[in-house]
Every structure is written in C-alpha cells, then in structure tokens.
Design a protein around this ligand. Structure first.
Ligand code: BG6
Ligand code: MG
Length: 218
C-alpha cells in the first residue's frame, strides 16, 4: 500500500536514529553493579522508550533493597552521569543505518521533521551525530507530563510542526512508542523486529529499508 499523502515525519531517537540503546544499558549495568546486583539483558528491551525514572524503577525490580525517592533521584542522576560520559564518544558513525539519508531526503523534499524522544539528552546526541539541523522541532522531554505509551509527546511534536496528527508518520523502535503513535492517530512505522512491533502499521528492520516515497511526496 502506498500513502504519499503524509505531510510530516516524527522520529523517536534512541534505537531509530541513534545507536544509543547499548549506552543506556551499559550505564544501568554499571549502576546496578555498584549497588551490588546484576540486571539481565532483557532490561535492554524493557527500558526502550521508557523515561529515566520509570527505567530506574524497572532496573530496581532486580534488587530486594528498597530506595527512598531521594535515593532514587540520586541513582537516576548517577546513571545519567555515566550515560553522558558514554555519549561523548558518539560521532556521525553512530547514526543507525539509513538515518542520515532519510533525514536528508526529507529535508530536500521540505517535509517537516520532528523528534519525539523521551531522552533529556536528545539535543547533545543529535549534535554529536551531526543531524541537529535536520530537525524542525524537538520536543523537550522535560516538558512531557505523560511518557510513552501516552500520545502526548507525538501530539506535541505534530502541533509544533503545524501538521494534523492524521497526516503524520511516526517512526519507533519500542512497543510503548508504537502505542503512543497509534493513540495520537498517526501512521506508525516500526523499526526493528516484526514480532516486537506487531501493532505498527508497517515494520522494517531499519530506516535503510524504508521507502519514503510510500508516505511523502518527494
Ligand atoms: C529513551 C530510551 O529514548 O530515553 C530509554 O529508550 C531512556 O532507555 C529514555 O531511559 C530517557 O533517556 P534520558 O537520556 O533522559 O535518561
Ligand atoms: Mg527508542
């Protein structure tokens, strides 16, 4: 099916544009180890699309120790410090396959492009990848009240781009993100495994496999 009627593209960051999920996981692993417990690899998938504090709560499921909110705030800040250290090594080579090409094609076709990421580190990550200027609007994750799977973040991006949600295509690698796109009334493109992202309208292994002409007039 071809849908060349869409007017805006809204992307998730981690796992769609940037190869950063591994850094989030390494930072959580380090934190857990320092706290005296280990986290299994399934946490890597479980924290995808989930904001920092909710991700910490998932990590803490793997220890019996209880933490106060103040302690949790400190743990989240510590993990972020480790993550910020790790992303200092990011270069344009850490763009996921097809991401740079897709962004440049959309820019050339004057299709408005938004970012709907739960990450408060989105701007430095995009900067390090050399694609910050390819986005017309980046939702500030700190201003989002309800994280994915709530549609708020994708709706905010569509509103800022001035495009009706029904004319937006959202790109996501996490099930919670796909739900967010669908609840926003957008066309959902899953990037990753079909089994994991079964709810999306279409799923492709990477952005390199997406033909933009299916959705946009180029
Ligand atoms: C999402 C990641 O994009 O951002 C999550 O998929 C992460 O794993 C979340 O927890 C929040 O990121 P940050 O950079 O604000 O801690
Ligand atoms: Mg993601």
């Amino acid at each position: 099916m071809s849908h060349p009627q869409y007017r805006a593209a809204i992307f998730d960051l981690d796992g769609v544009i940037a190869d950063t999920a591994r850094f989030h996981f390494v930072a959580w692993q380090r934190l857990a180890k320092e706290e005296g417990f280990a986290i299994p690899h399934v946490v890597d998938d479980r924290v995808k699309g989930v904001d920092r504090m909710a991700s910490l709560n998932i990590v803490l499921e793997y220890t019996d120790r209880g933490y106060s909110q103040a302690e949790k705030d400190a743990l989240a800040a510590r993990k972020n410090g480790y993550y910020v250290e790790l992303i200092k090594a990011l270069t344009p080579a850490d763009l996921l396959p097809g991401a740079g090409e897709v962004l440049h094609t959309l820019r050339a076709a004057k299709v408005p492009v938004g970012l709907a990421s739960a990450s408060k580190n989105a701007v430095p990550v995009l900067q390090a990848l050399g694609v910050l200027d390819d986005f017309d609007y980046i939702v500030d994750a700190a201003t989002v009240t309800n994280g994915k799977p709530d549609p708020e973040i994708f709706l905010k991006a569509a509103h800022a781009l001035g495009v009706d949600p029904s004319l937006c295509v959202g790109f996501e690698d996490a099930p919670a993100g796909v739900t967010s796109i669908l609840s926003a009334g957008m066309f959902a493109v899953g990037i990753g495994e079909k089994d994991l992202l079964a709810d999306a309208h279409e799923v492709f292994p990477s952005l390199a496999d997406v033909s933009l002409a299916r959705y946009f007039q180029l």
